[in-house]
Design a protein around this ligand. Structure first.
Ligand code: TXA
Ligand code: MG
Length: 354
């Protein structure tokens, strides 16, 4: 299959006639059962008609994803939530009012409209109303319900640029909408409202602290940062290895000087063994590293930049054939919880304390 790429100006709020025509074409591809990758404010999604079981099967096949791992249904109007859900608790409306459109996904009981192929066999459905205008228009032109996992091959870092979608999906899907670099860079927060109190299943840009402003009580899935709870994560997708670069990634924890010294010792030794080495660091420590590929993801004072650059740094190591990677560790509070959750998964929970 030939994959066509169309361009929309990054973060466009309104569309030129040409862009609108491209989005209409993309919508008709989805309505006729095809797949289109598109930008959202979090990461690129791989979209198909959420109400068409064949489209969901195609998404699993294109991603190489196990079919017990449910898809998120994207909407573009709040009133559409109630068509695909039932027994919606009051709290869901409060959360929607505070955070939609935006980087938050709610798990709710599903209605009969949504095929179980889309929900990985579950009787609940993940619903997200993205704030990105390109995503919104595409969803509207697609009929209102777009099932979209992140547009990476299963196990790879989620794409934050269209070129990474193309690396994974070229020849496997009908179209890629290139809307430039996404704003947030980590996937949406997932909040399960089918349990009481509501539970965070995946940390993201909308933090527990932000949610606690509209919810009296809130839980967090204990498996989010740990490996030793002995429990399976409640979001099926969180149990799989994820975000992994091709090289072996190790997170190094400790005080800053000790971390830098340890990483420099390791990279020097590995270089001697013929490995290509990489480091994920911050602007504060950047000049002190001597690995082959040193990726600065931002300043420690600016967690949003760290979130935005993390997945592309992991992808760049692959482009540069790096075989051993060391990452500094981050404070696991606020947005840092989402950053550490993704980094720990990318490292397969390989952490060294120094
Ligand atoms: O930001 C995002 O959420 C992006 C963009 C494209 O919207 N999408 C995304 O989708 O990250 P995906 O498929 O890569 O991750 C969805 C996660 C998986 O871990 C899946 O198991 C979980 O959501 N999930 C989906 N439906 C669920 C359900 N009914 N119950 C529990 N977890 C669910
Ligand atoms: Mg994903």
């Amino acid at each position: 299959m030939e994959t066509v790429t169309v361009k929309i100006r990054p973060h466009a709020e309104t569309f030129t006639a040409e862009e609108d025509a491209a989005l209409r074409r993309a919508g008709s591809i989805i309505q006729s059962g095809g797949l289109v990758a598109f930008p959202t404010e979090t990461v690129y999604g791989l979209g198909g008609d959420a109400l068409n079981r064949e489209s969901s099967r195609k998404i699993y096949a294109a991603k190489g994803r196990p079919s017990d791992n449910p898809l998120i249904v994207h909407i573009c109007r709040l009133e559409d939530m109630e068509k695909i859900t039932c027994r919606v608790p009051q709290e869901a409306f409060r959360v929607a009012e505070a955070f939609w459109p935006g980087p938050l996904t709610m798990i709710l009981h599903k209605s009969g409209l949504v095929p179980t192929e889309t929900t990985g066999g579950l009787d609940t459905v993940a619903v997200r109303f993205p704030s990105d205008k390109t995503a919104g228009k595409l969803i509207e032109y697609s009929g209102g319900y777009v099932a979209a996992p992140s547009a990476n091959r299963s196990g790879r870092p989620s794409p934050t640029l269209a070129k990474y979608v193309a690396q994974d999906m070229d020849g496997r899907i009908d179209m890629i909408i290139d809307g430039g670099r996404v704003g947030i860079g980590l996937e949406s927060t997932i909040l399960d409202l089918t349990v009481s109190p509501p539970q965070i299943l995946r940390p993201g840009y909308v933090t527990e602290e932000m949610l606690s402003r509209v919810l009296k009580e809130i839980d967090t899935d204990v498996t989010i940062l740990g490996t030793d709870s002995g429990q399976a994560p409640r979001a099926p997708g969180m149990k799989y290895r994820h975000y992994a670069p091709k090289g072996e990634l190790t997170i190094v924890e400790g005080c800053s000087d000790a971390v830098i010294q340890y990483i420099n010792g390791q990279t020097a030794a590995k270089q001697e063994q013929g490995e290509r080495t990489g480091v994920i660091c911050t602007s504060e420590s950047r000049p002190r590293y001597s690995a082959d590929a040193v990726k600065c993801v931002g300043s420690r004072g600016d967690e949003e930049s760290i979130a935005r650059n993390l997945f592309s740094a992991l992808r760049e190591f692959d482009d540069e054939c790096v075989t051993k990677i060391y990452a500094e560790s981050f404070e696991a509070a606020g947005l840092g919880q989402a950053i550490m959750n993704r980094l720990l998964k990318a490292a397969g929970h390989r952490v060294v304390q120094v």
